[in-house]
Design a binder for this molecule. Sequence first.
Ligand SMILES: Cc1cc2nc3c(=O)[nH]c(=O)nc-3n(C[C@H](O)[C@H](O)[C@H](O)COP(=O)(O)OP(=O)(O)OC[C@H]3O[C@@H](n4cnc5c(N)ncnc54)[C@H](O)[C@@H]3O)c2cc1C
Length: 464
Amino acid sequence: MTLQTRDLTELGSRLKGRVIEPGDSEYDAARTVFLGGIDGRPAVIVRPADADDVARVVGLAAETGLELAVRSGGHSGAGHSTTNGGIVLDLSDMKRLEIDVPGRTAWAEAGLTAGDYTIAAAAHGLATGFGDTASVGLGGLTLGGGVGYLLRKYGLTIDSLLAADLVTADGRLLRVDAQSHPDLFWAIRGGGGNFGVATRFRFRLEPVDDVVGGMLILPATPDVIAGFIAAAEAAADELTTIANIMPSPPMPFVPPEYHGRLILMALLVHSGGGEAGERAVAPLRKLAEPIADMVRPMKYPEIYPPDDPSYHPQAISRTLFVDEVDRGVAEAIVGHLQASDAPVRVAQLRVLGGAVARVPAEATAYAHRTRRIMANVAAFYEGPDDRPLREAWVTEFAKALSHGDDAAYVNFLGDEGEARIRQAYPGSTWDRLVEIKARYDPGNLFRLNQNIPVGNKGTPASIR
Ligand SMILES: Cc1cc2nc3c(=O)[nH]c(=O)nc-3n(C[C@H](O)[C@H](O)[C@H](O)COP(=O)(O)OP(=O)(O)OC[C@H]3O[C@@H](n4cnc5c(N)ncnc54)[C@H](O)[C@@H]3O)c2cc1C
């Protein structure tokens, strides 16, 4: 079915928010998403002002059968934040934030980004853990899990989630928490956008203010890589690290002789700060003479570099988990990175554990609680011609690191098919998600996502 002019006129007259159509001067900017190479042309982009508007758009999608793309920050790696010929429900105008300072909680609308929220909460010396990038939206990040700089101390983003307001496929606005719709509350903590449109979230805030954090760049030899991961795992839970092993870009703070050579570019936060922070970082600094050391006392939001809205990389990536980075694994990482000539190529290692692992696997729909290290391998491509080459390298590299263990973090999945989605939800997690999906979205209205299919209990034949 197509969208008629009268549908749009009627929708526009009933909405408090905005309706953007092809031909409007804003249309091209409004259809642009974070990743390059994604060029959806929706029939309409709606920017709701509140939950009632959201319910109206969900109703329109249900009536017309048109594909519905739900967008908060537009960072989907699978291209799910836009559609060709369908409806984009873009929550980016919904940015209300109410912080209860004494109660240490916040109600945050889904259109806020990690950066918006973090800066506002920091004014009170408080934080909730999100990801590594300020422009990522709270909507997608939270519903998939949320892996960031506070995870070893305070867990995933979903571990700080107390409640959400959700518009379901039948247009109802539900308050979802441990008491009310507990099945849905379980499902939206990791199950992504399958169950409804989250209009706002209630988060717990933690006392995070002065931290020790920043970038530490070391030469990426196998010994340094293995030593870094061992030291990061042995560190106190206050220290969370992200290690990017990659050829050095020509960054001004890296001496020119290192440009193009493999570096370990670590981004880290010690949420306690002060002396304890310096002590925790010391073993990392000792692994080799740092090429650049910008780890310093800072206010927590400073860990986010400023966003560049014109940055739209074309990238292929694969997500996986590894449980050890010994010298052999480190050698494999170095070998694969050296064997490619992609303009940007990287292996990213995030040491997990701590508070993430203290939550039982069945408590939320993010079940990979005991996995020790999350890895991503990625390459940028320049256009359709070199994409297959870069994709083959990424696939082969990921296979070499995962040894056939295909477990995945849903928020880092691309458009990789149902078997891969199944790998994000091991064992009974999948069955439970399928059952809840059938109850709340039997028509699969929310299908443009890492989709939990309706009525498909059990394991796809391809991965048995
Ligand atoms: C540069 C970059 C850095 C990243 N860093 C991290 C990181 O450090 N840690 C981490 O955990 N992840 C990270 N991610 C992955 C990120 O969490 C996911 O891509 C996430 O889905 C993005 O959320 P979004 O709202 O920005 O994206 P969108 O594209 O707007 O949304 C992605 C999907 O989430 C669902 N969705 C979004 N909003 C809602 C809503 N309000 N209600 C219902 N469903 C919704 C929809 O299915 C949508 O297709 C990163 C991604 C990028 C591109």
